[in-house]
Every structure is written in C-alpha cells, then in structure tokens.
Design a protein around this ligand. Structure first.
Ligand SMILES: *Cc1c(COP(=O)(O)O)cnc(C)c1O
Length: 361
C-alpha cells in the first residue's frame, strides 16, 4: 500500500495510532450490551464539549454526506422555503440537494474567493422568510472560512424562527466553533477531517427547536434524524451502531480535549499562517481574495504559471508529499494543503514547502 511521508490531503486525514487502535479493537459485546450505552453516552458528551453544546449529538454511521443529507431531509419537505448561502461547491451543492427534495430554494451566492456577508445574508433571509437557512463553515475546495458567528447572529435577527443548518465538516475540532453561543440548530460534522478519525462517522448536533421541526416534518428513512432523539438504551438505535466508529470518535475527541480546545485552535492557526507565509515566499498566490477569508484547516493556492495539477502532483509525490487538487470550476486552477487535525503540524507543512521550493525553484 502506498504511504506518503507528508500526507497533507484535506481529508480523509492521517489517523493517529491511538485512534486507529481504538477503531481496530475487537469489541466482544454487541451494541445491545449496557456497556455500549455507557460508551455511546460518554462519546456524545465528549462531542458536546468539542462542539460547545448541551444539545444531543447523533452519532450516525456514514460519510459526512450522510450527515448533510440526513439532517436536510429531516427538516426540509416539499415546498418549504430554504435560503442556501453559497460561496463554493458545498454551499451550492446543499442548495441543489434541497431543490431535489422539492424545496423552494433561494441562493445567496458569492464568488468562491470570498466569504458570505452577514448584512447581505440578513437581507436575503428577511426577504424570503425561510424555514431553513443553510451555511457552510469551511468551504474546503476554496480554503475559505465563513464568519459563522456573525452570519448566525444576522440570520437570527432577520428571521428568528428559521433553523440554521451548518456544514462544519471541515472546520469542527480545528477552528473556533460554539454551537450553543452561536445558535446553530443543526451542526454537521464528519469523522475524517479535523477529528482525524477514520471515515464513516457522521455527527449532528441538534437543537431543541430542530427536534420540534424534525418531528413535525416526520421524515422516515435510513438516514432520518428523528429516531436519534431518544437513543441510548440497549435496543434503542435505529440500526446497529458501529462500536468501532464510536470508539474511534471517542478516542479522537479524547485527544482534542487532552490537548485543550484552545490549544488545538491555536495550533491550526499557527500552521496555516506558516503555510501562507511560506507559499508567499515561493511566489505562490493565495486563492482566497483576502488572508482574513482563509481557513485555518486548509490553504487553497493558485497553481503556479505553467504548471498543471497533474504534473505538480507527480513531482510532489516523487518526494513523498501528497497535497490536494481541486474540482469543479477550481480544477486546474487551485491546489490545496490540508493541514487539519493530526496534519496540522509545522514539520509537515515545512516539508511540503521545501519540496515545493525544490520543484518550482
Ligand atoms: C469533506 C466534506 C464533506 C463531506 O464529504 P465526505 O467526504 O462525503 O465525508 C462535506 N462538507 C464539507 C465542507 C467537506 O469538506
């Protein structure tokens, strides 16, 4: 199997040994044993601390997309009004998903080099009176981080009853995120980004008023959120929960909490700053329009003149460095350094910069 010395893909991220070990253990008791209920409750508690919430956090099995779809289908029905705030592929994609559910979707679109503007979002929301507003915290393909606290406050004052749905898959556990203080109703998290657990954990923090809407909408399906309101006791889960995935998330949150939430956030900021400075020294332009729009979890850079991504990627891999390309309209224009979770390390970013210098120089 190919392994790279310097893994800096923006997810799935490198999994630390203790997390891998927790995942790969043989769990003798089935999830029907009381031990699983205790373990699930402890994992949920850790996630609450990581996310800054007292809400229930559903720990579902599936990719990050399972969280995005499950939460959306659970609160959006045919004909419901939705405002999709979109400054990139995920923001647009969530709007398209809502359209697929028959919702009446209005977009507040931005150039992917920018982040959404709270005043403009508030105007759009006030004009459309939506049931749900969808946001993306970190637009991973563009390397931008939305001003989520300000956006959420603006939405709350423009439409107090609208639910705030946030894709925090590539920001949670890597940047400041306060679900309760910021009033986020549905906060969606994946296991394989800044948490650095294996893929297959989809976590959703659900506010009390989101639970009310979930029961009013009444969506039933494999990815429905409704049944997760009352999980815990043996036999209460809508399907067999994965002890392995739960254990990996438990261990991953344990690492974040042992290091300290603030220290983790600072580490991401420092590593991202180094990455931006180093790239500038090599004459590589940032993709986001302003440094303030940059995410601490992933840095998006313009491909240097005369370089295709395929050629740069091959040269980097030849030196044991693997970065991310991009897709959609940014393909062939942008490449990305994924410094999130266990990959938010100075030594990794420094090695990538040295390799880039050697290749481009
Ligand atoms: C990675 C990611 C997702 C989920 O994608 P999966 O790879 O299917 O887990 C959703 N939103 C954002 C912003 C992401 O970066």
């Amino acid at each position: 199997m190919l392994r790279y010395r310097v893994p800096l893909v923006p997810g799935p991220t490198r999994v630390p040994p203790v997390v891998l070990e927790a995942f790969a253990r043989d769990y003798p008791a089935s999830d029907l044993e009381p031990e699983f209920a205790t373990f699930y409750a402890e994992t949920e508690d850790r996630l609450r601390t990581v996310l800054g919430t007292r809400n229930r956090v559903a720990i579902m099995t599936g990719e990050g997309m399972a969280a995005l779809w499950g939460a959306l289908k659970s609160v959006v029905g045919s004909g419901d009004r939705v405002v999709a705030v979109a400054a990139g592929l995920f923001g647009d994609g969530i709007g398209a998903m809502a359209e697929g559910l028959g919702a009446d979707v209005t977009y507040d679109r931005y150039d992917p080099q920018e982040v959404p503007d709270p005043d403009r979002v508030a105007d759009r929301v006030a004009a459309h009176d939506p049931a749900v507003v969808t946001l993306v915290h970190c637009e991973t393909p563009a390397g931008t981080l939305s001003p989520l606290a300000d956006l959420s406050a603006a939405i709350r004052s423009a439409a107090p009853d609208a639910l705030i749905y946030v894709d925090a898959v590539s920001s949670a556990a890597g940047v400041e995120l306060e679900v309760d203080d910021w009033g986020l109703d549905l906060c969606l998290v994946g296991s394989q980004k800044a948490l650095s657990a294996p893929p297959d954990g989809a976590m959703i923090a659900v506010s009390p008023r989101a639970w009310d809407r979930i029961s009013a909408v009444g969506y039933a399906g494999y990815d429905a959120l409704g049944p997760w309101k009352d999980v815990g006791a043996p036999g209460s889960f809508p399907y067999t929960p994965s002890w392995h995935v739960t254990a990996a998330i438990h261990a991953a949150c344990g690492l974040v909490l042992a290091e300290g939430r603030d220290a983790v956030i600072r580490r991401h900021e420092q590593v991202a700053a180094r990455c931006r400075t180093g790239a500038a020294e090599l004459g590589i332009d940032l993709f986001p329009a302003h440094e303030k729009a940059c995410s601490p979890t992933v840095t998006a850079l313009e491909l240097p003149d005369g370089w295709s991504w395929d050629r740069l990627d091959r040269a980097l891999r030849g030196q044991g460095v693997v970065l991310g390309g991009s897709w959609g309209p940014l393909q062939g224009r942008v490449f990305r350094v994924g410094h999130m979770g266990d990959q938010a390390r100075m030594d990794l970013v420094d090695e990538a910069l040295v390799a880039l210098e050697g290749i481009l120089g």
